[in-house]
Design a protein around this ligand. Structure first.
Ligand code: ADP
Length: 669
């Protein structure tokens, strides 16, 4: 209920507002204007608004006079009737005739000057009034030019079939559909329907008239006001009037055409939409093309950059000596550098796409050391050495993981370095180091021994020399002491001699001086020397024998006598030293084009596993049960080195507790 009351109050309030507004507006005078269509003097636009030259002049006046104009649309005839009957106050665009002054008041000033003209269809042959006899002629009801033309035809005794129409529009329609061939009307009809395919102007001009505003008979004051303002317009504001003329007569008129109808508007709208869509699509395609072009350019630039990087990568990786391989997650070789290719052509199948374990290591499955297999150490570079038996080469292989931008493992880079030379040098260094260590040890042992080896005979010499001072000594005892002194002296002499020769050999100061000698003579000399020696100095029960019967007694060899004697001396000394009793046999024979001098004893012998080391310096046969043998451990080293210098060598055969056979191989030539 309250709601209803509120609604009523609101409506009432609004009504009051509207009324008061109307009252305010009520100060405007409402002028009823009748109009008929006579373009461009008076016409209706597409929205139904009345416009035209006379309406512009009327608006000019209305603005000055605070008039509110209301329009009623009539045919020309209807409008003339309406003004006559005071149904409208003003009627614009009426041609002046004295007859019309009976029904209406004319404005003082004519707004427009007009005349009649005959128009025909474009294919008509009508050129002058005489040609119009019998043709179908269209006239507008109430049109002053219609009456004038009928009079003109009467004057020329021309009779046409006259068709009357309500409006100019309908006359034009009739011309279009062929109902009429010609129109006699005011010249403006030609201006309005300027379509050359529709209307053709003829040279038939008639009935010049002045076109005025008119008022009904009781609106004289209204017409006076209008007269005054029209005069002001023409005299004081000629530019405004000129603009009006320009607007309605000089500005190309929008042709009333097909598009102003609803289907036309829809069609135009559809075409507009289509054109807009097409333009939009075109713009879009253009933009897309531009994007594509940009993308293409970017891609080309990218590809160029990639090619450049690829080139640089290849240049860099190909210029290094190490082999570089890129391997995918499935062990396939994807890329190799030049160093690998060179190596592979020589040694391996270098096919891209092969499994690395097959190509590199000739394995049928991934290698046990491969980092791919041992996923735990995937983030560190895996390094391992590989020895290739087929090429006798050592390689250092470094395997490093490669990740893409999304941190996903995509493969591995293997860098393979040939370290064969380095490895050999390293091995040699290790050997040299071991040897140096051993030499150092041996030298230390040697020095320790030397003090013992020198002291022992020296003590004996000094001790027994002192004993010889005793004048009461028996002659046998004296001889015995002298023997001991001489034996130890010999031992000392040999030791000093060994050390001297050894140091000469080590420093490269020994030279070989060869002469031609009779070998049997030399062997006899050695035999004599040692037979005496054994008898006198050792008192051992050893029988020394010499057998040279196999060789020719006059056999000559070229040798360094002193050095060869020294070698034989060392072998004989050892044979006597390591034989308690038994036989020592010296023999000579030819074997494989070489002279062999053999020293064979029945001494303690040498264990097989130590046969090689006895030729090494400072080496003696190790025998934990026995006291270390006297000697420097240099005798065989010296003998072996001297024989090598003379182009020969020494070898040995031995059996523990049975004896040893040392053979000197000497070249014959
Ligand atoms: P040394 O001066 O110590 O004898 P050598 O170089 O002459 O040094 O001999 C080295 C070692 O070889 C000897 O210490 C000994 O153990 C062994 N040897 C050499 N000749 C014989 C041999 N005829 N019978 C047994 N052992 C031998």
């Amino acid at each position: 209920m309250t709601k209803k009351i509120l609604t009523i109050l609101t409506i009432g309030l609004w009504a009051t507002c509207i009324c008061s507004f109307s009252q305010t507006k009520g100060e405007l005078r409402t002028i009823q204007v009748g109009v008929y269509i006579n373009p461009p003097l008076v016409q209706i636009d597409s929205t139904g608004k009345i416009e035209g030259l006379f309406i512009d002049v009327l608006n000019y006046v209305a603005k000055k006079r605070d008039w509110k104009l209301t329009y009623d649309l009539f045919s020309l005839e209807g409008a003339l009737k309406a003004i006559k009957e005071n149904k409208i106050q003003l009627l614009p665009a009426i041609a002046y005739t004295s007859q019309r002054t009976q029904d209406m008041l004319f404005s003082k000033t004519a707004i427009f000057h007009n005349w009649g003209m005959v128009f025909t269809s474009v294919d008509s042959k009508v050129e002058n009034i005489a040609d119009m006899n019998g043709i179908n002629l269209g006239l507008e009801e109430g049109d002053i030019h219609a009456d004038a033309f009928i009079n003109l035809m009467d004057d020329f005794n021309v009779s046409a079939n006259i068709h009357w129409f309500e409006s100019q529009e309908k006359i034009i329609e009739a011309l279009k559909n062929g109902q009429i061939e010609a129109i006699a009307a005011n010249k403006l009809i030609g201006f309005t329907y300027r379509d050359k395919t529709l209307l053709r102007e003829t040279s038939i001009l008639f009935n010049p008239v002045h076109v005025h505003f008119t008022a009904n008979k009781i609106s004289g004051q209204l017409l006076d006001e209008l007269n005054a303002d029209v005069l002001t317009l023409l005299e004081n504001d000629p530019e405004i009037y000129n603009n009006m003329i320009t607007k309605w007569f000089l500005t190309p008129k929008e042709e009333k055409h097909y598009f102003l109808t609803w289907p036309g508007i829809i069609l135009a709208f559809t075409i507009l939409v289509l054109i807009t869509t097409l333009l939009f699509l075109r713009l879009k395609i253009k933009a897309k093309n531009k994007n594509l072009l940009n993308e293409l350019q970017a891609r080309e630039a990218n590809e160029e950059l990639i090619a450049q990087l690829e080139n640089e990568k290849a240049l860099i990786l190909n210029s290094i000596e190490d082999q570089v391989l890129f391997i995918d997650r499935n062990y396939n070789i994807l890329w190799t550098n030049k160093a690998y290719k060179v190596f592979a052509n020589n040694n391996l199948e270098s096919k891209i796409g092969e499994k690395c374990y097959k190509t590199l290591f000739n394995n049928n499955k991934p290698c046990s050391f491969c980092r791919l297999e041992n996923g735990n150490s995937i983030d560190q570079t895996h390094v391992h050495e590989h020895f290739d038996e087929s090429t006798d080469s050592y390689f250092l292989i470094k395997t490093t993981s490669v990740y893409n931008r999304k941190n996903k493992l995509i493969g591995f880079v293997k860098v393979i370095s040939d370290i064969t030379d380095k490895k050999h040098t390293e091995n040699e260094l290790i050997k040299a180091k071991e040897k140096a260590e051993k030499d150092d040890y041996l030298k230390s042992a040697f020095l320790a021994n030397m003090s013992h080896e020198i002291r022992t005979p020296m003590n004996a010499i000094i001790g027994f020399s002192e004993l010889l001072e005793d004048e009461e000594l028996e002659p046998d005892q004296k001889r015995s002491y002298l023997n001991i002194i001489q034996s130890n002296g010999q031992q000392l002499l040999k030791l000093i001699s060994d050390i001297l020769v050894f140091s000469q050999l080590e420093s490269g100061h020994i030279e070989i001086h060869c002469t031609t000698i009779n070998i049997v003579d030399l062997l006899n000399e050695v035999y004599q020397q040692f037979t005496t020696k054994v008898d006198i100095h050792t008192h051992k029960n050893i029988n020394i024998s010499l057998n040279t019967s196999i060789i020719q007694p006059e056999l000559l060899i070229i040798t360094d006598t002193i050095r060869l004697k020294q070698v034989l001396f060392n072998l004989m000394t050892n044979a006597i030293k390591f034989t308690k009793e038994g036989e020592i046999n010296i023999s000579a024979y030819i074997e494989k084009d070489m002279l062999v001098l053999e020293v064979k004893d029945t001494g303690i012998g040498i264990p097989n596993d130590q046969l090689k080391r006895i030729f090494k310096r400072f080496s003696q046969v190790e025998n934990p049960q026995k006291r270390k043998a006297e000697g420097s451990g240099l005798g065989l080293t010296i003998a072996n080195d001297l024989m090598a210098m003379m182009g020969g060598y020494i070898d040995v055969q031995s059996e523990v507790h049975i004896g040893s056979t040392f053979k000197i191989h000497h070249p014959i030539d």
